[in-house]
Write a protein that binds this ligand. Sequence first.
Ligand code: 2HA
Ligand code: ZN
Length: 284
Amino acid sequence: MNVTLTNKTNETDRPAGWNIPFIREMAEITQHMWKNGWDERNGGNVSYLLEEEEVAQYIDIHQVIRTIKPAFAVHELAGKYFIVTASGKYFKNVLADPESNLGLLRVSQDGQELEVLWGLKSGANPTSELPTHFMSHIERLKIDPNHRVVMHNHATNVLAMTFIHELDEAKFTKTLWQMCTECVVVFPDGVGIIPWMIPGSNEIGRETAEKMKKYHAVIWPQHGIFGTGTTIDEAFGLIETIEKAAQVYMLVAGHEIKQRITDEQLTTLAEAFGVTPRPGIIGT
Ligand code: 2HA
Ligand code: ZN
């Protein structure tokens, strides 16, 4: 007797792109962010710089589906490949349908166009924060050739903290370092903060990228955070750590503080883990 078994985990039941490691990684990380409550509705965006060889293993790089004109030319990124989240789409939905919610782009050789190689189905566009992503990639790559990821979300406690803490970068950074022992080790360069601005614009992109010359993470007051890194895990881990510190701050703020991590302890910690905290923060 022949029995037909239905196997729900069969590869054919997987959404398009599931076999491609970097697409899967994007789908999984956006799901994590959404589950953390950091990406309500269409909040948040991610861009991930890829090597041509890793893209060509899975996608025909000679088959351009369509081209998109970005808001500004990006000569510095000519020929580079990015997987990005789509504009107006919900992180909640990426896992089930990466092809509609993500896009694989190559910046044209003249830097004037974006060549869509995969995804952005049904005329979807790349993230509205593309100026900030591209300008931040340009600056981080100048500092670290291994840089790959720019990640934005509306991390709840970071956002809350921007209402009640001074927005001075050194003071904000020091408060975060004092909230959890790991903080100074994870982000010894601290956090950059820009003034409140209209999102999605080239101007906010320029301000953020300016900060990226010095910081891996930049806070947008009353909006959220940008984190960068050499991998998805690193950028996510950075935001997670800053958000955790902000959460502790929000829990202790307004309570009587009986003890805290001292400046001396911060210095000893940094020495023990071989990191150099940004000068001008400890001891001030
Ligand atoms: O809509 O988070 O900053 C996505 C955003 C804009
Ligand atoms: Zn946002």
